[in-house]
Ligand binder design. Structure first.
Ligand SMILES: Cc1cc2nc3c(=O)[nH]c(=O)nc-3n(C[C@H](O)[C@H](O)[C@H](O)COP(=O)(O)OP(=O)(O)OC[C@H]3O[C@@H](n4cnc5c(N)ncnc54)[C@H](O)[C@@H]3O)c2cc1C
Length: 379
């Protein structure tokens, strides 16, 4: 397997790296978090100008025509900078779903607006009792003349409070856990019957609880064929998992670097604490966890075009490992920083929170161990 980045991928990596290093400082990031929507509209526009919002879209649509590797490069860079802008929600999860399922008309209306930074979307998928199962959907979409009426509740809709449009996964037929019968609908965030309760998550990002009560949409809101959204949804979730694993990898790298720097500086008993072998061993263990995450993320990113079965096994293995290794690195970093690691003013506390929260997004390690177990058919 060739692990070298192509010239274009390297350019993309440099673009994101420069942006994060030069302009996306810890202070800028924290200021964005304080705003009502939890991110900076100016930074989002900057992403658009740099072409970052077009990464997974075709060149004809004005995109970069990127796959798993390109997404990994971008997300890793975002992880290093603890980027809070709604890239995962808008571009990775919803953008690719619209691109895959939408009619020509729907795509023409939305894809250039996503790439240009004018429209932000959010995926309303999981439900309060869903336990990370993406096909456990009770939100209903009932035929009503030419259109549909949607009813249901969606939980922890990331960036759902500020999204212009929601991509709502609803059931047009079948029982609660059926894979068949799921449909995707475009719903205006301010449509009558949509209520959104936004809140900050542990890592400072924004999410919303969304209630849909008799929300009427036209036939043109349906993305793709009725009841057949599952395969495209799983393709977008697969990209989302790669992005999250790569983001964790970037954030873990910085956590390791900052911890190493700190233990070389922090003086106790007249020497830097990094002189103590016990701490050196712990630092090495952290680096090894990082290497595991890097390798398994690379494998997952390269598996997106494999058979669904192989892809899903590798993704489940990657997300499970990222959850486990990420937690280890986050907890060790906090321990090695001692009291300083608990402070809001110390960046490491924010890296630790993001790394731990990534585990809870799109399925935690326990869920993905279980998923891998069932895919491997282990009794
Ligand atoms: C929320 C909070 C509440 C607190 N409340 C109190 C309180 O009420 N009273 C109080 O006195 N203190 C309190 N503290 C301070 C706390 O006791 C210290 O933070 C803690 O003892 C770690 O000290 P330090 O931050 O100076 O870390 P450091 O001394 O810098 O150590 C950093 C890390 O290196 C490890 N380490 C250092 N030297 C060695 C070595 N030789 N071998 C192996 N490992 C080593 C430490 O175990 C730690 O993991 C509190 C801290 C927090 C975060």
């Amino acid at each position: 397997m060739d692990f070298k980045l192509s010239d274009e991928q390297r350019m993309l990596e440099e673009t994101v790296g420069r942006l994060v290093r030069d302009t996306y400082t810890f202070e800028v990031r924290n200021k964005s978090l304080e705003s009502e929507q939890g991110f900076s509209a100016d930074v989002w526009q900057q992403f658009a100008e740099l072409g970052l919002l077009g990464v997974p879209f075709s060149e004809e649509a004005g995109g970069f025509n990127g796959g798993g590797a390109e997404l990994m490069v971008v997300a890793e860079g975002f992880g290093r900078g603890l980027v809070v802008e709604p890239y995962l929600a808008t571009v990775v999860l919803c953008g690719t779903l619209v691109d895959k399922l939408g009619s020509d008309q729907q795509k023409e209306a939305l894809v250039p607006a996503i790439i240009g930074g004018e429209t932000r979307l959010s995926l309303a998928l999981y439900e309060p009792n869903g336990r990370y199962e993406h096909n456990r959907v009770t939100t209903s979409a009932k035929k009503d003349g030419e259109g549909y009426v949607l009813n249901g509740e969606k939980a922890v809709v990331i960036n759902g409070d500020s999204a212009d449009q929601l991509v709502v996964i609803a059931r047009t037929s079948g029982a609660e856990d059926d894979r068949a019968g799921l449909s995707a609908f475009l719903v205006d965030g301010n449509a009558a019957g949509v209520s959104r309760r936004g809140y900050p998550t542990i890592d400072g990002l924004r999410a919303a609880e969304v209630v849909l009560k008799d929300v009427k949409v036209g036939a043109d809101a349906l993305l793709g064929a009725e009841g057949q959204a599952i395969d495209a949804l799983e393709d977008s979730l697969a990209l989302g998992l790669v992005a999250l694993c790569a983001e964790a990898s970037g954030a873990m790298e910085v956590a390791c670097d900052q911890t190493l720097e700190y233990i070389k500086e922090r003086q106790q008993f007249g020497v830097p604490i990094g002189k103590f072998q016990a701490l050196q061993h712990r630092m090495v263990e952290m680096r090894m966890e990082l290497e595991k995450v890097r390798s398994i993320t690379m494998l997952a990113a390269c598996s997106l075009n494999e058979s669904r079965e192989l892809r899903d096994k590798r993704l489940a293995a990657a997300k499970a490992q990222v959850g486990k290794s990420g937690r280890r690195v986050a907890e060790e970093a906090i321990q090695l920083f001692g009291g300083m690691g608990m402070m809001e003013e110390t960046p490491i506390s924010h890296y630790a929170k993001r790394i731990v929260m990534i585990d809870h997004h799109l399925g935690d390690s326990e869920y993905h161990y279980g998923r891998l177990e069932s895919l491997l058919d282990v009794e």
